[in-house]
Design a protein around this ligand. Structure first.
Ligand SMILES: NC(=O)c1ccc[n+]([C@@H]2O[C@H](COP(=O)([O-])OP(=O)(O)OC[C@H]3O[C@@H](n4cnc5c(N)ncnc54)[C@H](O)[C@@H]3O)[C@@H](O)[C@H]2O)c1
Ligand SMILES: Nc1ncnc2c1ncn2[C@@H]1O[C@H](COP(=O)(O)OP(=O)(O)OP(=O)(O)O)[C@@H](O)[C@H]1O
Length: 530
């Protein structure tokens, strides 16, 4: 029978190639033509009409799914292209940045900062060690600077400059692990999966050559900070013989006070900040957590160890008391010291408008978090979130916080995220006022890449801010891509990482503070089992 034959034939062709959008369209058209060409139906053909209708519905559904798949494939290809662009750009940046983790810096890498150099350094190899270290040595660096003529304020020349080198060691079950962090934690010999000795992750920093150059970052507009910084600057120069850098603003303030601060060094052009790392052995911050964030943001690549003095009200990341700065700095400069290795997130905005451009916006590194919120818009944010290209969820609410574990006690905590020890590797995914009862915060592993995209049908744009600063608008189609950066921030501990973390949540947040219940009252009665 004609109808049967054609109907069956169409169904078969749909079944054999459901992914082909064009053949589906043809099949659907064929069914349609068939129906229109049909001579008036007899009542007995009703079941055929039904069958044809059903076929048409199936054809439509298959076409819809094929189109959806084609769209998704096109989108995936587009994202792949963007990732490739991003990756090649990052690779370029990595190639340019001073090497990490035990690989010594190229000896000629820091030319460009010649005019900043002025330290009277020892140029010989110290401890009889050569400048190159094995890759396993977790973090040692050794930067030689071809000084040439110095433009520094005191005009001293500097032919060769060596950055202080240090090594990090991971304590293992309370002991020093063989100078090397055990990276392989899982073995699967003889078909059995076992975990190797877990490092306690207590990291200690030991100087291999003495630090020579220090930079001090200070909270602005604070009299107590200014007074302390002046005293500290003199002490570091006169008693420790160190070169001291400050920000241009501070140098100007110091010179306005007295010309005797000539010895303090600074930089003139903001571009030179990117070359700070090879110059600086140690960073000191005087202020609150915001000053630590500020100092970290100055280093777009590797960051020298930071010694944070508490001169703010909260001080989660600032364990050192300013009154005891001499003892504290003596101990740090001598070493070894415990450090907290704080991961940072590298964030990259990909603009829909610039999707064909090779040049994209610069990466921003954050120590606390990157926030995507609704800004001044009164509409709900509508943010599509993906983790390594798997769809996570759509955030409808005030926004989303992607936080480091260091930032877990900051904005993420206020938005209901968990507090996480800063050395736990991971990315916190914390919604801000989600308009859904079941949207709980997540903690994602440290190896993932998170993408947050403003969909094209979003009612409004969204706003991104980095550690609470530098707001940027995300238009429909724009995306923020975020992953753990290869450059963590090491902050010196007062005692050790876990002790300092617990102290800060107790002292700073009064975590779980409650009067102890008195024993003067009812007690459980224990009945013997029958
Ligand atoms: N609702 C909130 O809690 C909220 C809102 C906006 C920003 N912030 C936080 O402020 C940070 C910027 O700090 P700022 O000093 O430049 O701004 P700020 O001067 O507004 O201070 C914010 C407060 O957050 C504290 N803080 C910062 N980092 C912290 C951390 N890692 N753990 C615990 N507390 C921390 C600071 O000590 C300060 O008391 C942002 O990264 C964000 O985390 C919090
Ligand atoms: N060197 C600096 N230059 C410019 N801004 C800075 C500098 N250091 C800190 N800030 C900014 O000053 C603000 C306040 O700094 P910080 O949080 O250190 O002090 P605080 O507010 O007194 O501390 P707390 O929040 O613990 O009370 C922050 O927003 C920070 O970004």
């Amino acid at each position: 029978m004609k109808n049967d034959a054609l109907g069956n034939g169409d169904a078969n062709s749909l079944g054999s190639n459901p992914e082909s959008g064009s053949s589906l369209a043809q099949s659907e058209k064929a069914v349609e033509e068939l129906l229109t060409q049909q001579t008036p139906m007899l009542a007995t053909d009703d079941h055929l009409i039904e069958f044809s209708e059903a076929l048409r519905t199936v054809a439509k559904a298959l076409r819809g799914s094929a189109e959806g798949k084609a769209l998704a494939q096109a989108e995936a290809a587009e994202w792949k292209r963007r990732y490739e662009l991003e990756r090649s750009k990052n690779q370029e940046l990595l190639n340019k940045a001073p090497p990490l983790n035990g690989v010594c810096a190229d000896e000629s890498s820091s030319k460009g900062m010649d005019h900043l150099a002025k330290s009277p350094r020892s140029h010989g190899q110290e401890n009889g060690k050569s400048g190159r270290y094995p890759l396993e040595r977790i973090c040692s660096h050794d930067v030689l600077q071809d000084g040439g003529e110095s433009n520094s304020p005191n005009g001293s020349n500097n032919k060769l400059k060596r950055k202080a080198s240090f090594k990090l060691s991971w304590g293992c079950k309370g002991q020093q692990a063989n100078d090397q962090h055990k990276k392989e934690i899982v073995s699967f010999e003889s078909g059995n999966i076992t975990t190797a000795d877990r490092s306690s992750k207590q990291i200690s920093l030991t100087w291999e050559t003495s630090p020579q150059t220090v930079i001090i970052f200070t909270k602005p507009n604070s009299t107590s900070v200014r007074l302390l910084s002046v005293e500290m600057l003199r002490w570091l120069r006169e008693h420790k013989g160190l070169n001291v850098y400050v920000e241009p603003r501070v140098k100007a303030e110091l010179l306005a006070e007295s010309s005797s601060f000539d010895f303090v060094q600074t930089w003139e052009d903001d571009k030179e900040i990117s070359l700070l790392h090879p110059m600086i052995d140690l960073v000191i911050t005087l202020g609150g957590d915001g000053t630590v964030l500020w100092a970290a943001s100055m280093f777009k690549g590797p960051v020298p160890p930071i010694v944070p003095f508490s001169m703010g009200s909260l001080g989660f990341m600032t364990p050192f008391h300013s009154e005891q700065y001499r003892d504290c700095l003596e101990a740090v400069l001598k070493g070894p010291i415990s450090i907290t290795l704080r991961h940072r997130l590298q964030c990259h905005i990909i603009r829909d408008k610039a999707r064909h451009d090779y040049e994209t916006e610069e990466n921003t590194l954050v120590l606390n978090e990157v926030t995507i919120d609704r800004g001044i818009s009164s509409y709900l944010t509508n943010l599509e979130c993906y983790c390594d290209n798997s769809f996570v969820t759509c955030v409808q609410g005030d926004g989303l916080i992607l936080s480091t574990t260091s930032g877990s006690t900051a904005y993420s905590l206020a938005a209901g995220g968990s507090m996480v020890h800063p050395q736990v590797p991971g990315i916190l995914f914390t919604p801000i006022c989600p308009h859904s009862l079941s949207f709980r915060p997540l903690i994602l592993p440290d190896h993932v890449t998170v993408r947050v995209q403003v969909p094209f049908n979003s009612r409004s744009s969204a706003w991104v801010s980095f550690d609470g600063k530098g707001r940027k608008q995300l238009e429909a189609g724009d995306a923020l891509v975020c992953s753990i950066a290869p450059w963590p921030v090491s902050t010196a501990c007062q005692v050790e990482s876990t002790h300092d973390f617990l102290r800060s949540i107790h002292d700073g947040l009064h975590w779980n503070l409650r009067k102890t219940q008195s024993s003067d009252g009812p007690r459980d009665t224990i009945y013997p089992l029958l």
